[in-house]
Design a protein around this ligand. Structure first.
Ligand SMILES: NC(=O)c1ccc[n+]([C@@H]2O[C@H](COP(=O)([O-])OP(=O)(O)OC[C@H]3O[C@@H](n4cnc5c(N)ncnc54)[C@H](OP(=O)(O)O)[C@@H]3O)[C@@H](O)[C@H]2O)c1
Length: 355
C-alpha cells in the first residue's frame, strides 16, 4: 500500500516531465506541466506549449472534463491569478470544482506570488506545497531570475584543450560528439546565443540546435564595425538574428540586413558596456543567453560578473598554438571543490557563480 506522499511525488514527477516539452517555446513564460488525478488515477494532462497559448492547468482541465470535479491537480508552479495573454488559471480550477491542488513552488512573479494560493483557498480548495520543489526551481531558474530582476539568465559555454587553449584546433571541433550533442541540448533551452564578430569570421558557426531538433535560439553577434559577411551561416534565417552595432556604419549594409529580417541594436562607441548590451536584449524579451565566445566576449561577461553558470568542456588533447582562455575563468571552473563529469572523451566542469 503506497502513501499519499508517494503518489504526490510520482504525479509531480510526471508534471515536471510534461513541463519540459515546452522548452524553447514558452518565451518569457515558465515551463509548467499539470496532471489531474481521481483516486490516484490520471484523468487529465497538460503543459504550457507556447507563449500566448493555454496554460498547463487549463490544458489538463480540458482533457479531464467533468472528471476534474473533486479531483487533485498537480502542477509544478503556483497557478496564476492574473489576466495576461490568457485568463487566470485559478478561476478555471475553481469552476471545475477541483478539490485539492498540489504544487512544487510559489510563482516568483510579484504579481502572482502567494496570491494564486490565497484565491484557491478562498474557494475552499486544499493546498499542498513544496512537492519536488528543488527540481521545480532548477527547471525554471532562468524564469525566476528574469521575472524578479529583469536580467536574463546567462551561461558561459566554453570548449578548451587540456592546456587552456580555445582555438588553434586541428579539426573544426575539439570536443567529442557527445559533448556537442549536450551543447545543442543546452542551446535548445535558451532564448539566445551570443558571440563576438571574430568568432563568426573565424568559425562561420551555425549556432543552431541541429542534434536535438527541439528549438534553435535567437543568434546575437556583437559587431561594432559591421563586418558580418552577408553569406555567413549566421545570416541563415533558421531563427531570429540580432546584430549589435554602431549607427556610424554603412547604412546600405544595415538596410540589407534589415531586409533579410535581421534585428539591429544600435549602441554608440567602440566598446559596449556589457550591462548596456544586456539592457537592450532584455527589452527584446531575451530572458536567457548562452555566451559562446570568443575569448574577449567570455572575459568581458566574466569580468562584469554577468553570468550564472559556466560549462567548461575540456578535451583530452593539447594544442600548441591558440588563444588562451582567461585565467580567472579557467581557475574558477576548475577550483578544487568542483568535480568534473565525464562526457565522451571530455571532462565537463559545470559551476554556478558564487560571488
Ligand atoms: N573554444 C571555444 O569555446 C570558442 C568559442 C568561440 C570562439 N572561439 C575562438 O575564439 C576566437 C575569437 O575570439 P576573439 O576574442 O578573438 O573574438 P570574439 O570574442 O569572437 O570577438 C571579439 C570582437 O567582437 C567585438 N566585440 C566583442 N565584445 C565587444 C564589446 N563589448 N563592445 C564592442 N565590441 C565588442 C569586437 O569587434 P571589433 O574587432 O570589430 O571591434 C571584438 O574585437 C576564434 O579563434 C574562435 O575560434 C572559441
Amino acid at each position: 500500500m503506497y502513501t499519499q506522499v508517494y503518489y504526490d511525488e510520482m504525479f509531480m514527477r510526471q508534471a515536471l516531465s510534461l513541463a519540459t516539452k515546452g522548452w524553447g517555446k514558452t518565451g518569457i513564460n515558465p515551463l509548467v506541466g499539470a496532471i489531474i488525478t481521481k483516486k490516484n488515477r490520471i484523468v487529465g494532462r497538460g503543459f504550457h506549449q507556447k507563449l500566448g497559448e493555454a496554460h498547463a492547468e487549463v490544458c489538463a482541465l480540458l482533457e479531464a472534463g467533468k472528471r476534474a470535479e473533486n479531483a487533485t491537480l498537480y502542477v509544478n508552479l503556483e497557478p496564476c491569478c492574473t489576466t495576461g495573454l490568457t485568463p487566470p488559471c485559478v478561476h478555471a480550477i475553481a469552476r471545475a470544482r477541483v478539490r485539492r491542488v498540489v504544487m512544487s513552488t510559489t510563482d516568483p512573479n510579484p504579481d502572482v506570488n502567494g496570491k494564486g494560493i490565497e484565491c484557491l483557498k478562498q474557494h475552499n480548495i486544499d493546498i499542498t506545497i513544496g512537492v519536488l520543489a528543488e527540481a521545480a526551481q532548477e527547471l525554471n531558474k532562468w524564469y525566476s531570475k528574469f521575472i524578479t530582476s529583469r536580467i536574463p539568465y546567462i551561461i558561459l559555454k566554453i570548449a578548451a584543450s587540456r592546456n587552456q587553449r580555445i582555438s588553434g584546433f586541428k579539426e573544426k571541433y575539439i570536443t567529442s560528439e557527445q559533448s556537442r550533442r549536450f551543447v545543442h541540448s543546452l542551446r535548445s533551452r535558451v532564448s539566445a546565443v551570443l558571440i563576438g564578430i571574430h568568432t563568426v569570421l573565424t568559425d562561420n558557426c551555425y549556432l543552431t540546435d541541429r542534434f536535438i531538433g527541439r528549438h534553435s535560439p535567437a543568434r546575437i553577434v556583437i559587431d561594432p564595425h559591421l563586418h558580418i559577411p552577408l553569406d555567413s551561416h549566421f545570416m541563415e534565417p533558421s531563427s531570429r538574428r540580432i546584430v549589435i552595432t554602431n549607427s556610424t556604419n554603412d547604412v546600405g549594409k544595415i538596410e540589407k540586413l534589415i531586409a533579410r529580417g535581421v534585428e539591429i541594436i544600435i549602441l554608440e562607441g567602440n566598446h559596449y558596456a556589457i550591462d548596456d548590451i544586456i539592457e537592450k536584449l532584455r527589452m527584446l524579451r531575451i530572458n536567457s543567453i548562452m555566451v559562446e565566445g570568443g575569448a574577449r566576449v567570455f572575459a568581458d561577461f566574466h569580468e562584469n560578473k554577468q553570468y550564472d553558470e559556466i560549462y567548461l568542456f575540456i578535451a583530452p588533447h593539447k594544442v600548441s598554438d591558440g588563444i588562451i582562455l582567461d585565467d580567472r575563468i579557467w581557475k574558477e571552473a576548475m577550483a578544487q571543490e568542483h568535480k568534473p563529469i565525464t562526457i565522451g572523451d571530455d571532462r565537463l566542469y559545470h559551476v554556478y557563480r558564487n560571488n
